[in-house]
Design a protein around this ligand. Structure first.
Ligand code: ATP
Ligand code: MG
Ligand code: MG
Length: 573
């Protein structure tokens, strides 16, 4: 774990802890609500955050940021982070998404309470949200508006112009109560009325121009059935969810900054009726994570899946958490990445190479080395005995002696990488070319004596002679000074495998920005399958096991081998 540095959210938390902002919970509300608070756990000394996804899709790397911030802070401060499904929309909830979300958070290494006991659903609070709305009406702070949706928009005004009061704004409390009750009971059609807060149609903050609290949706909810015909708006529901769960710091992304005055308005009003306990949760915004060379909006990700540009949500090229997991990114790397990116108040566009570097850093420490020749050409050691053979013993990790070594067979005919030979060596090319001398890693020094081409001019074989006294690990090895070192595999013993090379899904940094259609910017080479050779030990590797192929990068073993990430960033080079 890296020592985590401070940021503006931690400074706020530190200040709250120093002042004891949340140390005292005074409760003066009605017993029923006290129970709701208690059910949400009211440990006064700790901070309480929450991660509130809508269960309508798979989580992506942007959500991972929110997960790491919320669960990470709770962990760091000895607090708790609630897992809350924000299911205020009566849409069909798919169990697949619910399970996927819980699984993703666990995979990243987080828990919602010691025994995952802090799992909540926003829909559990529908009763309280309704009661509070009734109180707002009774206090003259909310009214039923019967303007059409168009009229509501038209009368909202603009940044330059104040809005106009609705003709229904002066309805009596009794009429409002009656209508709101009818709305709840299903007497009115969708869109015929809304309940609005009565704040200020001339407010410079458009979010305070009598925002909607409830809308009619005569729809079934997967958890509450047909009990409700009205559903709360997110901006009204969210502060209440936070308050009922005793959230201390409600962290969200910057686009909610203009909503904060309304968040506070809702809570202050309800608390002033004695129905919520103080201190109230505070909303703090941070910049969302944006990654170049990808798209992150659920709509786009769904389109990629539906139109089969990728192989489902878990395609290893997808920026989803399941995708990154399938790709072989370790959860530690994602957490390291979030730590490195930090939280800020300014929009950030991060290059995928920053994430890839974190993946390399974690895998470098944690996975064994193996050998693969991915673009093979034959090398024949002409002075090595026909039918002869021996073993080399490459270390499983160059810095971890305790990981030991394994046997890799050596013989007269080897596979080497095609680009380790050049008929006409470019300047600075120190590997094989006619007459050059290189070391076969963990084995002998050889001198290139010739090569053969097929009719098309393609090199099909390279010939060399080896120096019998030059084997690595023997005293004679030091007598040879060579500039180039290449890897190899015994042609007879190597295993042929399909190797999938994943690369970035998009070929430009901001898909769709110049082309107008992000699909036009898909990278046609984001998935390439090649036939290569791997060392015999791969025959017993565990399915999915991560390893490094020396000089190539990190891969997952298996029936088919897949690339996690190259050894160094070579994008565009
Ligand atoms: P999307 O529409 O991109 O799928 P969303 O905001 O609709 O995302 P929610 O399920 O509502 O998805 O989000 C759950 C939490 O994750 C919210 O608190 C949201 O602010 C946060 N989140 C979503 N995207 C990002 C991002 N790119 N960076 C940081 N946090 C994010
Ligand atoms: Mg959402
Ligand atoms: Mg969204």
């Amino acid at each position: 774990e890296t020592a985590s540095s401070s940021n503006f959210i931690k400074q706020r938390i530190d200040a709250d802890l120093a002042k004891g902002t949340y140390a005292q919970r005074r409760w003066s509300g009605e017993p029923g609500l006290a129970a709701a608070h208690a059910a949400a756990g009211a440990d006064p000394a700790k901070i309480r955050t929450r991660f509130p996804p809508e269960p309508n899709g798979y989580l992506h790397v942007g959500h991972a940021k929110s997960i790491c911030v919320n669960f990470g802070l709770a962990e760091e401060y000895g607090g708790v982070c609630h897992m809350r499904f924000d299911d205020t929309n009566p849409e069909k909830e798919e169990q697949e998404f619910v399970d996927g979300i819980l699984d993703a958070v666990h995979w990243l290494g987080f828990h919602w309470g010691k025994n995952d006991e802090n799992l909540y659903h926003a829909s559990d609070y529908f009763g309280w949200m309704y009661e509070f709305a009734v109180e707002l009406i009774k206090h003259g702070d909310a009214y039923v508006d019967s303007q059409s949706a168009d009229e509501v928009v038209r009368n909202r005004g603009t940044f330059q112009e104040p809005g106009k009061n609705s003709p229904f704004r002066a309805r009596s409390v009794d009429e409002n109560l009656k209508l709101f009750d009818e709305m709840r009971g299903g007497k009115h059609g969708d869109g015929t009325h809304v309940l609005r807060a009565k704040i200020d149609m001339a407010s410079p903050n458009i979010n305070l121009r009598d925002p909607a609290l409830y809308r009619i949706k005569n729809a079934e909810h997967h958890r509450t059935g047909d009990k409700w015909h009205i559903y709360p708006m997110y901006s009204y529901a969210h502060p209440i969810e936070d308050a009922l769960e005793n959230i201390t710091h409600s962290l969200c992304t910057l686009e909610f900054e203009d909503q904060r005055p309304f968040y506070d308005w809702v809570l202050e009003k309800i608390a002033s009726f004695g129905l919520l306990q103080r201190p109230l949760p505070q909303q703090i915004e941070f910049a969302r994570l944006n990654l170049t060379y990808t798209v992150m909006s659920k709509r786009y990700l769904k389109q990629l899946v539906d139109e089969k540009h990728v192989d489902g949500w878990a395609d290893p090229r997808m920026p989803t958490i399941v995708g990154m997991r399938k790709r072989g990114y370790p959860p530690e790397a994602i957490r390291l990445f979030m730590e490195r990116v930090g939280v800020s108040k300014a929009d950030q566009w991060i290059e995928p190479s920053v994430l890839e570097d974190c993946v390399r850093e974690v895998l470098n420490e944690t996975v064994p080395r193996r050998i693969a020749v991915l673009d093979p050409v034959k090398l024949v050691i002409t002075n090595y005995p026909e039918g002869g053979g021996e073993e080399s013993h490459p270390p499983n990790h160059p810095q971890k002696k305790e990981w030991g070594a394994r046997a890799v067979p050596f013989s007269r005919e080897l596979w080497i990488e095609r680009d380790d030979f050049m008929e006409y060596p470019a300047k600075g090319f120190f590997r094989l070319s006619p007459g050059s001398t290189v070391r076969l890693k963990y084995a002998y020094v050889i001198r290139c004596t010739g090569f053969s081409k097929d009719v098309s001019g393609k090199v099909v074989e390279v010939q060399a002679e080896y120096m019998p006294d030059s084997k690595s690990g023997t005293p004679g090895a030091d007598n040879y000074k060579v500039k180039g070192v290449i890897h190899w595999l015994c042609a007879k013993a190597a295993l042929a495998r399909d190797v999938t090379l994943y690369d970035r899904l998009f070929k430009v940094s901001h898909p769709g920005k110049d082309s107008g259609d992000y699909l036009k910017d898909l990278n046609p080479d984001s998935l390439k399958v090649i036939r290569g050779y791997v060392e015999p030990s791969l025959g017993t590797a565990k399915e999915g096991e991560a390893l490094q192929f020396e000089r190539h990068g990190y891969f997952r073993a298996g029936k088919d081998i897949t690339r996690i990430v190259t050894l160094r960033d070579s994008w565009g080079k």
